[in-house]
Design a protein around this ligand. Structure first.
Ligand code: ADP
Length: 185
């Protein structure tokens, strides 16, 4: 059983670490970025609406992502837990999540906060080369992160759920720090 949120700036390595957590704990990763990219590639109405915001490095509207998460958390494979990656990204989303999980009777175990400094992140993202990874969009995603997502650190700290983890070093170094943090939770 693992019910966690991975919190961290774009490029902090949430996706990489989520994949390793999936392998180790056998619970699904739920990434709003992946769900949205899937909707974009299927050219659903929702995907078309989301694409504009994604290309600009803005947040997709709460009703879209909250709806996606609600559906996903109702799938049977989440019964033993989940790793939320890239959600929540705003206080409104965090509150919506708390409500959903309270209804389901499955509260969060902890929130792992992957900490990496800004310049390191720009370098990582530029070398990744995804469609929305040009320098302008990256800078915009960082300022959106600072304004809208960073307040979640205090939000979860207040709930006693926050586990800060240094997101530097090798992938395996970071993963073992995460496991240590989870064992303490
Ligand atoms: P990164 O971690 O590099 O930001 P993601 O795959 O998590 O990449 O997100 C890519 C884009 O998808 C974001 O810039 C944003 O436009 C959109 N997105 C992903 N998750 C959310 C969310 N929870 N709320 C709003 N928009 C989101």
């Amino acid at each position: 059983m693992l019910k966690i949120v991975l919190l961290g700036a774009p490029g902090s390595g949430k996706g990489t670490q989520s994949a390793k957590l999936v392998e180790e704990y056998g619970v699904p990763q739920i990434s709003t970025g992946d769900l949205l990219r899937h909707a974009v590639s299927e050219q659903t109405e929702l995907g078309l609406e989301a694409k504009k915001a994604m290309d600009a490095g803005e947040l997709v509207s709460d009703h879209i992502v909250v709806g996606m998460i609600r559906e996903r958390l109702n799938e049977p494979d989440t019964a033993n837990g989940f790793i939320l990656d890239g959600f929540p990204r705003s206080l409104a989303q965090a509150e919506a999540l708390d409500e959903m999980l309270a209804e389901l009777g499955r509260p969060l175990q902890c929130v792992v906060h992957l900490r990496v400094d800004n310049e390191e992140i720009v370098q990582r993202l530029l070398s990744r080369g995804r469609e929305d990874d040009n320098e302008q969009t990256i800078r915009n995603r960082q300022s959106v992160y600072q304004e809208q997502t960073e307040p979640l650190v205090a939000y979860y700290e207040k709930q006693g759920l926050l586990k800060p983890v240094a997101g530097v070093g090798t992938v395996d170094d970071i993963f073992s720090r995460i496991k240590t943090a989870l064992n303490e939770a």
